[in-house]
Design a protein around this ligand. Sequence first.
Ligand SMILES: *Cc1c(COP(=O)(O)O)cnc(C)c1O
Length: 217
Amino acid sequence: MSVNIEAYQNIITALEKKKVTLVAVSKTKPVEDILELYKLGQLEFGENYVQELIEKEKLLPKEIKWHFIGHLQTNKVKLIAPFVQLIHGVDSLKLLKEINKQAAKCNRIINCLLQIHIAEEETKFGLNDEELKEVLSQFANLEMKHVKICGLMGMASFTENMIKVKNEFEIISNLFKSNPDFSILSIGMSSDYKIAIETGSNMVRIGSLLFGERSKK
Ligand SMILES: *Cc1c(COP(=O)(O)O)cnc(C)c1O
């Protein structure tokens, strides 16, 4: 499978008009595919697995901005802290504390998004309403100088029912709008990015439309 250049150009043109950032999700795909999009000007790439990310980061141009979009374990934060641009899936105060600690060691401020649980599947990670409030209030008391919470991230249910998807996106979009400190709303993937943008997304994470289907890991 190779990169779908035409899809990339159509998506990027549509997103630029709406000032939506495209994170090209390159998990499981070879560095050659990433370079192909990089040569067209794409700089933001997203990865789900720490080991894969650090290997690719070593091999690829330093201008690339790496987004970590998977579920991050506290013991792996130190591996990505020196270079990661944005961590999308933060879902606990414990993880924020570790990110702050490792960012301090690198003399960096690491941008983070809090993950909100909007899908029906229990298996998906994320905070509910109350937990979000709790994490934000504790964060405010702790003076973590090396972490910046920039906004929210979420994943809708795995379903063909786009009304359901839209309703789920509305929940997270309302939480996003209710906090003036937030600037990034990361919702929308290959199957639902158009609905996400209608619902207020300003950052979409698209993989298979650009790089083709992934084989199961
Ligand atoms: C894999 C993944 C994506 C991209 O999914 P596609 O359906 O291939 O666009 C987006 N966000 C997260 C969190 C992912 O794990």
